[in-house]
Design a protein around this ligand. Structure first.
Ligand code: MSP
Length: 472
């Protein structure tokens, strides 16, 4: 039965331009969406940009630009980037859009029973846009390990969100897998953080945070960026004016492991306060590292994705990040690894396979009279349904390699030379059918290439005029 599937991606801060790490949310969501579409579901994918907060305000100031102009420019860069990745999103949300701002204020008002005013005295990291517990402060000696910046001391009057009212319910949802956290090894970590989680401060005085959504009914306070940002997943569907039950709860929310805690604690608490169901799955991916370290401007190891896309094209980029970057664990990017994968796997394994098989079919006038029905192997469907995309992609590649081996073993060119036409027909039938299944399984990962292969082997078969992946 066809289902309505909603998939979300984290919305990046626009205080910089996209780097390769930002590609992960989009690529994983896109693979997931294209897979569900291929089995007949209706898919909605949200993307967007997180445009409030001090980091962004400061950056615009440094550049001497009006803040709105600065965020407009960078939001556009993210939109262009997503399109360059071949990612098909259906909805784009910007947190400075007045429609979103109004909806967030309405959300705040609806959460009112769980909000109280109190004094905050503690630590804050502007890099993470996060309040820091004393325990963390001590563990990290007062310096954020991700941003290498000292935590700031804050003494402020803030609004608090009573997370404590929902902790038990969230714990149950995690343990019963009503809200599945993937990879499963992160579950324990989240349950521990949930235990330790105090009520969260959800506003800042206006003098401290000028660039944000005003708290309804209190002009002196501005909403904490995460309340504003997390709401995007439902404001983009039209909440609260619209009934969002067609698409909410989300089938999968893709986020980096660094922000899973917000999505697994604050976000479910907000949904419960609003009386909305929890997302079915939170999929947290690892970090893309550059030379073994997290990419950062200060280390100078940031990889510009546009350069890689310009040089190798969209599908080569998707191939590397979906197969050689693990779906769940941290993985290293190097241009050597990228180029090896391009030449050995895309050009040799796949490109050559298509070229030689299509050439043999063309020479021997082989084609299917009726297009055969394609059935996905169970192993592939299971891995895709479990969001194990890298493993599913590995599985597809074993089929590519097996087809190459079948050609080497069965030597159809000898069968043709010796006029063993029945045997030749049998081998080509098997191989073309294999490739048809492979190309359907490749569709979510490499849409452009998969479509080219589908076209080559539909009806009269002719090899592609240009190699799929010219050697570099
Ligand atoms: N604005 C918040 C998210 C709000 S979602 C309601 C934020 N922005 S971010 O720009 O820092 O990160 C956006 C996404 O990119 C996150 O999922 C984050 O994990 C991911 N990545 C940022 N750097 C990354 C890598 N080096 N590798 C993989 N993903 C990375 O957090």
């Amino acid at each position: 039965m066809s289902e309505k599937i909603y998939i979300t991606t984290a919305i990046p801060y626009v205080n910089g331009v996209p780097h390769v790490g930002h590609a992960m949310d989009y690529l994983l969501a896109d693979v997931c969406g294209r897979y569900y579409e291929s089995i007949g579901d209706t898919v909605r994918i949200q993307a967007g940009t997180d445009e409030h907060g001090n980091k962004i305000f400061q950056k615009a100031k440094e550049l001497g630009l009006p803040t709105q102009e600065y965020v407009d420019k960078n939001a556009k860069k993210f939109q262009d980037f997503i399109s360059r990745l071949g990612v098909e999103y259906t909805d784009f949300v910007r947190t400075t859009d007045p429609k979103h701002e109004k909806r967030v204020q309405e959300i705040w008002t609806r959460m009112k029973d769980y909000i109280y005013l109190s004094k905050y005295e503690g630590w804050y990291c502007t890099g993470c846009e996060r309040f820091i517990t004393d325990k963390e402060y001590e563990e990290n000696n007062g310096v954020c390990p991700d941003h290498q910046k000292s935590y700031e001391k804050l003494v402020e009057e803030n609004y608090y969100f009573r997370i404590s009212d929902f902790k038990e319910r969230i714990r149950k949802a995690i343990l019963s897998r009503e809200m599945l956290i993937l990879p499963e090894f992160r579950e324990k970590e989240i349950l521990r953080l949930l235990d330790e989680s105090p009520d969260v401060s959800i506003s800042r005085p206006r003098e401290q945070l000028t660039w944000g959504v005003p708290v309804p009914g209190d002009d002196t306070q501005v909403m904490y960026v995460w309340i504003d940002a997390l709401s995007n997943y439902i404001t983009v569907l039209g909440y609260p004016e619209k009934d969002i039950s067609d698409f909410w709860p989300a089938c999968a929310q893709f986020v980096g492991k660094d922000i899973l805690r917000f999505h697994a604690i604050i976000w479910p608490a907000m949904l419960l306060a609003l009386g909305l169901p929890l997302p079915k799955t939170l999929v947290s991916h690892g970090m893309v590292l550059s030379n073994g370290q997290k990419m950062s401007k200060s280390i100078g190891n940031v990889i510009d994705p546009i350069e890689v896309l310009d040089k190798h094209g969209t599908d080569a980029f998707r191939y590397f990040f979906l197969r050689h970057i693990d779906t769940f664990a941290d993985s290293d990017y190097t241009s050597e690894k990228f180029e090896d994968a391009y030449n050995n796997e895309l050009a040799n394994d796949l490109g050559n396979l298509v070229q030689r098989l299509a050439t043999m079919c063309s020479k021997n006038n082989f084609m299917f009279d009726d297009e055969p029905a394609i059935v996905f192997p169970d192993e592939y469907s299971e891995l895709m349904n479990e969001f194990k995309f890298k493993e599913a992609f590995d599985f597809v590649w074993t089929k590519v390699q097996a087809a190459n081996k079948k050609i080497d073993d069965k030597k159809p060119w000898i069968l043709a030379k010796e006029n063993r036409l029945d045997e030749l027909d049998e081998v080509l039938t098997e191989l073309v059918l294999d490739l048809k299944v492979v190309s359907q399984m490749l569709l979510p990962f490499l849409p452009e290439t998969a479509n080219k292969i589908i076209e080559v082997f539909a009806g009269k078969i002719e090899p592609p005029k240009e190699p799929l992946f010219p050697k570099k």
